[in-house]
Design a protein around this ligand. Structure first.
Ligand code: ADP
Ligand code: F6P
Length: 480
């Protein structure tokens, strides 16, 4: 039976070595959390990095780790410390990530890291080829593996290959500054179908293909050598039922309450509100901006002192990359300053958690919060915004969402803001805190309907169906 091979930098599980044993935890991030349910239900395999450097892998543990990974229908690509430093922390997260998110000043282009990026994409290609059988479909994900589609196509030209980018594709004016722009586009064009979260990213990509590669583009099809490559937008959804049902169980009072939930409930009352933000600790997420805007809000609406609390969960991410270390220091400093400025003996304005949390605690946070503040400076999609909405089983709650998140394109009933405007921010927060229940319910109802209809399974089905169509039209052309 033919299978679908998912390939991404990170596997949905992350292994870490502790003394003489190892620990496996779920990976954090939209790609892993979103694709996990798609993978669990399919008959395919997932190829990616397990999170530990090959150098740390003890021979006595490696068989056990491999078998644990295999049980999860995964295959790991071994990466050395050098690969991680140069390909992952280096090229992927110091060159591509900032540039694709319009943080040009953070982008650092090093020849040595580019060489590592090519080397590691080759490593992934080898593992894919080893696991590939005739008739299989390969679905490659994200910016860490932009060269992989072409590497597979070179070796196995008949394989049907899909590629999905989970981050924005920047405008031509930004992308053209990239030193290896042609190589990157050539790598991507190995795919038969290229998917993006939004129409804007798709348009930016096609514009770069036309202007840099000088290829013929008709509507959303690219003619390249003897192939037609299709490009389309597929806004990624969430596993709606998983979040909604977990919240319903949470509503059930017979459930034993977690400590976090008990603490949160102590702070909920008619006139006291919780405002939630959840992100990876990443400079694209606009965390310092959000804290400063919250300060602006408290300065301008002092009647909310002691009445609101910002619960801010930031998950450690890419902490070996200097810009992320700087962001962590800045966030710690800002939270300290603002709490110092406003706190009273009975109130701390910001509750700040810098850690990962188990799923049930995430649900505790989502279900306890009156307002979600999701305000990235730039974000490919943002699934947290969708998860918050899915957990609003009683229909109350307000989502404040940045216009710069891909999710804003499908979530018009949220309060959309420009995250760079403190005024916009503060006014929207005031509006959210005073919004009549009926209006909250109407907005949430519309949002939920859309999220439920276009969930992650539907998203994957549509992508794979479109990929299948490209395969069929390829075959038709061959037989003509
Ligand atoms: P990104 O892909 O940039 O990290 P998204 O908002 O699209 O951003 O996805 C983040 C995912 O990570 C969500 O599915 C969310 O539930 C999960 N997540 C975020 N914070 C935590 C946390 N502290 N613990 C566990 N999972 C988290
Ligand atoms: O969704 C974007 C993304 O970069 C994924 O590719 C990635 O898995 C996730 O965010 C988390 O980042 P990382 O894998 O670097 O921890």
């Amino acid at each position: 039976m033919n299978k679908t091979i998912i390939v991404s930098n990170r596997l949905p599980l992350q292994v870490s070595i502790q003394d003489n044993s190892f620990k496996v935890v779920p990976s954090v991030g939209g790609l892993a959390t979103g694709m996990k349910s798609v993978h669990a239900e399919g008959n395919g395999i997932w190829i990616g990095w397990s999170g530990i450097p090959e150098n740390d892998l003890r021979p006595e543990l490696s068989d056990e780790i491999d078998s644990k990974i295999r049980d999860e229908k995964c295959v790991s690509v071994p990466l050395t410390n050098e690969d991680i430093e140069e390909y992952y922390e280096g090229f992927s997260n110091r060159a591509l990530w900032p540039l694709f998110h319009y943080f040009m000043e953070y982008s650092n282009f090093e020849q040595k890291e580019w060489e590592a990026y090519k080397r590691v994409n080759e490593k992934f290609a080898e593992v894919v080829i080893d696991n590939l059988e005739d008739g299989d479909t390969v679905w490659v994900h994200d910016y860490q593996l932009l060269l992989l589609p072409q590497l597979i196509k070179d070796r196995k030209p008949n394989t049907t290959i899909g590629f999905f980018l989970h981050i924005p594709f920047p405008s031509y004016e930004i992308f053209r500054t990239f030193p290896w722009r042609e190589e990157i586009l050539t790598g991507m064009l190995g795919a038969d179908l290229l998917g993006f979260h939004t129409y804007d990213y798709e348009r930016h990509f096609l514009s770069s293909v036309k202007r840099i590669m000088r290829l013929e583009v008709q509507f959303n099809e690219i003619s390249y050598h003897d192939r037609i490559i299709k490009v389309d937008s597929f806004p990624m959804g969430i596993d709606y039922d998983k979040f909604h049902n977990a919240a319903l169980e949470h509503d059930n009072d017979s459930e034993e309450k977690s400590d976090l939930r008990k603490r949160l409930e102590e702070h909920i009352s008619e006139d006291k509100k919780l405002i939630l933000s959840i992100d990876r600790m990443d400079y694209t997420k606009g965390i310092p901006n959000r804290i400063k805007a919250f300060e602006y809000f408290l300065d301008n609406y002092p009647e909310y002192k002691e009445k609101v609390r910002l619960v801010m969960l930031a998950v450690p991410s890419r902490s070996n990359v200097p810009q992320y270390q700087k962001l962590k220091r800045e966030t710690d400093e800002l939270v300290g300053r603002i709490n110092g400025k406003f706190a009273t003996v009975s109130w701390t304005p910001i509750w700040y958690f810098y850690r990962s949390m188990p799923f049930n605690n995430l649900i505790d946070l989502y279900t306890s919060s009156d307002v979600a503040l999701i305000t990235p400076i730039r974000d490919g999609m943002n699934l947290v915004a969708k998860e918050y909405v899915a957990t609003r089983t009683k229909g109350n709650g307000v989502l404040i969402l940045s216009e710069m998140a891909g999710a804003s394109k499908e979530m018009n009933e949220a309060l959309l803001i420009n995250p760079n405007s403190y005024e916009d921010f503060a006014n929207s927060l005031k509006r959210a805190l005073t919004m009549p229940l009926e209006e909250q319910q109407t907005r949430i109802k519309f949002l939920q309907k859309r999220l439920k209809r276009y969930d992650v399974e539907k998203w994957a089905d549509e992508f794979l169906k479109s990929l299948e169509d490209t395969k069929n039209s390829k075959n038709e052309n061959v037989t003509k």
